[in-house]
Design a protein around this ligand. Structure first.
Ligand code: NOJ
Length: 825
């Protein structure tokens, strides 16, 4: 503006001096928009910065770059403060109508975030987190298996190098050796376990009828007893697998195998449901015509609310294994046990909603009872298992999922919470969505017959996975990803981070759906997200409140969530403000942190601040003068001595004599006592491997039922932790009901009987067994109902039909005629 005025004055003077006519019109000049102002001065910082840009020209729009390019009107339009977590130069331009474009303002912020604390070794996966890997997409550690002779021409060399020009449905070359070569990257990030995509031998051809897709993902198994040639070697040996397990364990990293027990491979494509047993062809779908078929031969599931369809129909065209066929039962369990013998630390079971639920009780039981030896050796602790039940809490079968998990002992992936995490961090939904979901899962519901999950800390939590668009494809920017990471790693449950999120990996093709969420890892470097994960891994490892404690909401609005994890005097208070521009004053916040001042645990790497807690020592102390910066995460921590506390029992359902790992803290250095109690009977367990946070106990010979477990050290006894004692090994048994009365649509048939596994004559929905499944109308197939029961070594009374009856759950319990029973060997 000043420049323009001076030019005008100079022109007037020139006119006078030259004796001109005096009629000349001063030239019209366009003023220039003011140069944008950056709220933070250029310089070096040790904390995350948030840079606001303003401009004094009325109505000016601001455009900016962070990549060194000169900003233009095509650059990003400024709307909310820019979070700066890594060294960045911001260049900004103001554009306003009636003005020429402003000069460019520029500032470089050098960010030196402090290194995270060392991550202490942990004894139990709850104290760490799992990292999910799609093996084919992670790292090509062995190029000799890229194009194996058994299954040639399924490989696309562009996968990792030029994803824009790659076929996302072919193999890209990642393998078990590749994971092994990147273990130091995983270890330095604090990864405590890896969940690898199914490594078993998959179909060897392109499933052309299914969009030309290979089994790079591992879910189209042909032989559960072998390792796939793309991930291992061309003899389908276990060499690469064993090498990975050995190396991972040496780095303190557990290995969890994804096991798809529901099905083998596509019926109408590829190898048409071929099933092999260690190289020997057993059947294909079309030749499966024996008296005891290996597969169900039903249509695709069309109604996921139907108990029968989900368990007995076909999932997405995949040959649906009949786990009640004794051969299939034995084959799948042998395959699981073979992985245990090769040192795996647990399993992620695929599609547990769609597998026969009763059989899965017996699967959990088989793993709980497994006492074989492993080579390579497993990590300390009994196998941790978790399954995929892909539903939300509004779905019809949600109550079944809770009941299934509570009584079978199969932990579940927390899909219900997932949907809310994706909404909140991906699309900006309200924190109430998360809070309400946690309340429902952890405390149950009065409006639906859903119990609470008895062990919320055993739910396996995640915000991204291989089946849904990454949250960056749903709208999250890097800061939102880090907020999601902060939440996940401090929430109750065992967290799973999906590979590549720490590198901000995403691809928006088709909205980032499968396969575009199965990106090739292109970088294994340090990022601000990696640093954040290191901080949070250190916190999880150091403070048992995060691994095992309660989770309580302390303050909430749409954009702010403050919650507390607590175990005794260990308290971790987490505050997230995801509002893009508004700092939030917090009043009425209380905490069980003791009075004092607390700094931000991640040292302001997420823009956090310190707090002062006043009041008197004890619980519910006020936090005063708190204003949470926009887009920040603050974590305040206190650690204390804890008396014996049980955080987890793995497995949490087992038979007398089975080894169970009891995890927690405060157990003391020398062996104390572990007691199991059912009713008025308390028995001490034989224990081994005693340390302050972990011991192994052998379930004493109690009559089956709901038990409690305590740990006692120096006369101090822990709170009681829930456990379920089974009668003995569970075997799958099929039986059919030949005639039932007409049922109303709301009626269900339940099963009850004289042992705990059969409900101890309970006639409530949550107490009895079931609902038993009813074939959909019009199905050509006989009912193939299923239940579980104790194995009887002889014709002992528990196996006679006189010990059970079939009842309908209603106020007037009407016994039905005893079912005709068909028991397979
Ligand atoms: C669920 C898995 O997560 C998914 O990726 C797979 O395609 C289906 N199950 C079928 O196995």
């Amino acid at each position: 503006m000043g420049v323009s005025l001076m030019l005008a004055v100079a022109a007037l003077l020139a006119g006078c001096g030259s004796g001109g006519s005096g009629n000349s019109t001063p030239p019209v000049t366009t003023p220039q928009a003011a140069t944008p102002m950056l709220s933070v001065s250029a310089g070096t910082y040790t904390a995350l910065q948030s840079v606001a840009i303003t401009d004094s020209t009325s109505g000016a729009a601001i455009y900016y770059t962070t990549n060194g390019a000169v900003p233009t009107t095509s650059s990003a339009a400024y709307s909310v403060p820019i979070p700066i977590a890594t060294t960045t130069t911001i260049e900004a331009l103001a554009v306003a109508s009636g003005y020429t474009n402003s000069s460019v303002s520029s500032a470089t912020y050098t960010i030196n975030l402090p290194a995270a604390p060392a991550i202490a070794p942990i004894a139990d996966i709850h104290q760490g987190f799992i990292y999910q890997i799609v093996t084919d997409r992670f790292f090509d550690g062995d190029t000799t298996n890229d194009n194996p002779s058994e299954s040639p021409n399924l490989h696309n060399p562009n996968g990792f190098t030029n994803p824009a020009d790659a076929d996302w449905n072919l193999y890209w070359g990642g393998d078990l050796a590749g994971i092994q070569q990147k273990l130091s990257y995983l270890k330095s990030m604090g990864v405590a376990g890896i969940w690898i995509s199914p490594p078993m031998n998959n179909i060897r051809v392109n499933a052309a009828a299914s969009n030309g897709e290979t089994s790079y993902h591992g879910y189209w198994t042909r032989d559960f007893m072998q390792i796939d040639e793309h991930f291992g070697d061309d003899t389908n040996s276990w060499t690469a697998f064993d090498a990975l397990v050995t190396a991972a364990h040496a780095d303190g990293i557990r290995v969890y195998v994804d096991f798809p027990a529901n099905d083998s491979n596509p019926i109408n494509a590829g190898e048409n449901g071929s099933l092999y047993d260690n190289g020997i062809l057993i059947t294909t779908y079309s030749t499966d015509t024996g008296i005891t078929p290996y597969y169900h031969h039903n249509p695709n599931i069309s109604n996921y609310n139907d108990h029968y369809q989900v368990q007995y129909y076909t999932l997405e065209g995949l040959a649906d294994l009949d786990q009640t066929n004794p051969w299939v039962d034995s084959y799948l369990k042998s395959a699981v046990e073979q992985f245990l013998a090769h040192g795996v630390d647990g399993f992620r079971f695929d599609a547990v909603l769609e597998v026969n639920w009763g059989w899965e009780y017996s699967l959990e039981n088989a793993i709980a009872n497994w006492s074989g030896s492993s080579s390579p050796a497993r990590m300390p602790g009994q196998p941790f298992i978790f399954g995929e039940w892909n539903e939300g809490s509004g779905d019809a079968l949600y109550p079944d999922s809770v009941k299934f998990s509570n009584s079978s002992g199969m932990n579940l992936l927390d899909y219900t919470l997932y949907w809310q995490l994706a909404n909140v961090f991906g699309t900006g939904a309200s924190f109430y969505d998360i809070d309400n979901e946690l309340t429902l899962e952890d405390t149950g519901s009065s409006s639906i017959p859903a119990q609470a999950f008895t062990q919320p800390n055993d739910l396996v939590t995640f915000f991204d996975n291989h089946d849904n668009p990454r949250i960056m494809s749903q709208g999250a920017d890097r800061m939102a990803v880090k907020q999601a990471i902060s939440f996940l790693l401090t929430c109750r449950g065992v967290p799973v981070l999906y590979y590549g999120d720490e590198q901000y990996l995403f691809n928006d093709t088709n909205g980032g759906v499968v396969p575009y969420n199965r990106n090739g890892m292109t970088s294994f470097g340090s990022t601000d997200a990696v640093l954040l994960i290191q901080y949070l891994a250190a916190l999880r490892a150091a403070n048992p409140a995060v691994a095992y404690g309660t989770m309580t909401q302390r303050w909430i609005n749409n954009d702010v969530y403050i919650y507390e994890r607590q175990l005794g005097t260990n308290v971790v208070l987490v505050a997230i403000n995801k509002n893009p521009s508004t700092d939030q004053s917090i009043s009425g916040l209380y905490t069980d942190l003791e009075p004092g001042s607390y700094t931000d645990y991640p040292a302001q790497t997420m823009g956090g601040i310190g707090i002062t807690v006043t009041g008197t020592a004890g619980s519910n102390n006020p936090v005063t003068n708190l204003k949470l910066p926009h887009r920040s995460v603050s974590i305040w921590v206190s650690a204390g001595i804890v008396l014996p506390s049980i955080g987890n029992i793995t497995p949490r359902v087992a038979n007398p004599g089975a080894a169970v790992t009891i995890n927690g803290t405060g157990f003391g250095a020398t062996a104390g006592t572990v007691n199991f109690t059912i009713g008025s009977t308390t028995l001490s367990a034989t224990v081994t491997n005693w340390s302050n946070g972990q011991t192994t106990a052998f379930v004493p010979a109690l009559t089956a039922g709901s038990a409690t477990v305590t740990v006692t050290q120096d006369t101090v006894t822990s709170s009681a932790a829930p456990f379920t004692v089974n009668t003995s090994a569970l075997i799958p048994v099929n039986f059919s009901v030949s005639s039932t009365p007409a049922l109303a649509s709301t009626d269900v048939i339940m099963l009850t009987g004289n042992v705990a596994e059969l409900g101890n004559w309970a006639t409530t929905w949550n107490g009895a067994i079931g609902p038993v499944t009813i074939p959909a109308t019009g199905s050509a197939h006989k009912p193939s109902r299923y239940r579980r029961e104790p194995r009887c070594s002889s014709s002992s009374s528990c196996c006679t039909t006189t010990n059970r009856s079939l009842r309908r759950t209603s106020s007037t319990v009407t016994p039905f005629p005893l079912p005709a029973r068909v028991q397979r060997p």
